[in-house]
Design a protein around this ligand. Structure first.
Ligand code: ZN
Length: 318
């Protein structure tokens, strides 16, 4: 029988900022390279240590990422910060290397139906095809991680069975890629499912450094993060201002807002190493650049701490 919840809470959790990539890639208004550089500087100044700055994908497919190369060449790299890009194949890894990056994230869908529809291949075959990327990375002292999209559900297939995700993880591990992100691309994950998949994967693959990536499409992202922490996951992606949307649901919410995650964790006594007020300023900046309101509870309502302070001041004035 599994142990009763809650287990002890960790002292620290890592937040990876993916706003520049996943957040912006669904936006109609594309910020300029200069604006992206300002966002990147703000993210790093707030204390974030892992930033996904863009993607080396086909510019026709994702025009929002067409300037990733220019951004990578112009950015000011701060020691101790990991700058990574998302790539679909060897060409992407090579472009990342040419742009001076040492980290790239390979992406594949866990869903057989999704892979077949889009690439005429199975997820496992696609990961096996990454062998050339691994060889190139080893030769050029680059690190690769893997992102498994639609791990919790897929619009083509519905719920993706654990066994299917496990096969994809296994293929990555066999290639020597041991940092893996399980992504809820379309916001279909629920907390119980996250706990079950998380405990299963951590038990089966203890050598993997796990990251989880939630979209807040149906308002379940924070609950999912809490349950993932209970399962033992210690790293999560978030996007400033909750940007991102869902490719299958126009108008839907995007990635879980980084500042909401940071706020929740700090309220729970879990450190992120990130300055929340600065993260909130970054989110406001991002919302200004894309020209619409942030999907962020803490930007709308303020921090819990702000409320307490305002109330105390109000009482003083009586
Ligand atoms: Zn995503």
């Amino acid at each position: 029988m599994s142990s009763p919840l809650p287990m002890a809470w960790p002292a620290q959790v890592t937040l990876c900022e993916v706003g520049l990539r996943d957040g912006l890639q669904n936006e109609k208004t594309i910020p300029s390279v200069e604006q992206k550089l300002r966002l990147l500087d703000a993210v790093v100044a707030s204390g974030v240590k892992i930033v996904e700055v863009g993607a080396f994908v086909h510019p026709k497919a994702v025009p929002q990422m067409a300037d990733t190369d220019a951004l990578c060449r112009a950015m000011n790299k701060v020691d101790g910060v990991e700058y990574r890009v998302l790539v679909p194949n060897l060409k992407g890894v090579q472009r990342a290397f040419d742009a001076g990056l040492s980290k790239a994230k390979l992406t594949v869908s866990a869903s057989e139906a999704h892979c077949l529809a889009n690439f005429n291949s199975s997820p496992v075959k696609m990961v096996e095809g990454f062998a050339d990327c691994v060889e190139f990375a080893a030769k050029n002292k680059m690190t690769l991680s893997g992102a498994i999209s639609t791990s919790f559900g897929c619009p083509f297939q519905g719920r993706v069975p654990i066994r299917q995700v496990e096969n994809v993880v296994d293929s990555f591990v066999k290639l020597g890629v041991t940092e893996l992100s399980l992504s809820d691309t379309t916001g279909m994950a629920n907390p119980r499912q996250v706990y079950e998949l998380g405990t299963h994967m951590i038990g089966k693959f203890p050598q993997v450094r796990w990251v989880m990536h939630f979209h807040n499409t149906r308002d379940m992202a924070l609950a999912n993060i809490v349950m993932a922490i209970q399962a033992g996951v210690r790293a999560f992606d978030g996007a400033f201002a909750g940007l991102g949307g869902c490719p299958f649901a126009p108008g839907a919410s995007g990635n879980v807002a980084s500042e909401d995650v940071i706020h929740m964790l700090h309220e729970m006594g879990i450190d992120t190493g990130i300055d929340l007020l600065k993260a909130m300023d970054t989110a406001r900046l991002a919302a200004g650049f894309v020209g619409h309101a942030a999907a962020s509870a803490v930007l709308k309502a303020g921090r819990c701490a702000d409320l307490v302070k305002e109330k105390a001041q109000g009482q003083d004035n009586k």
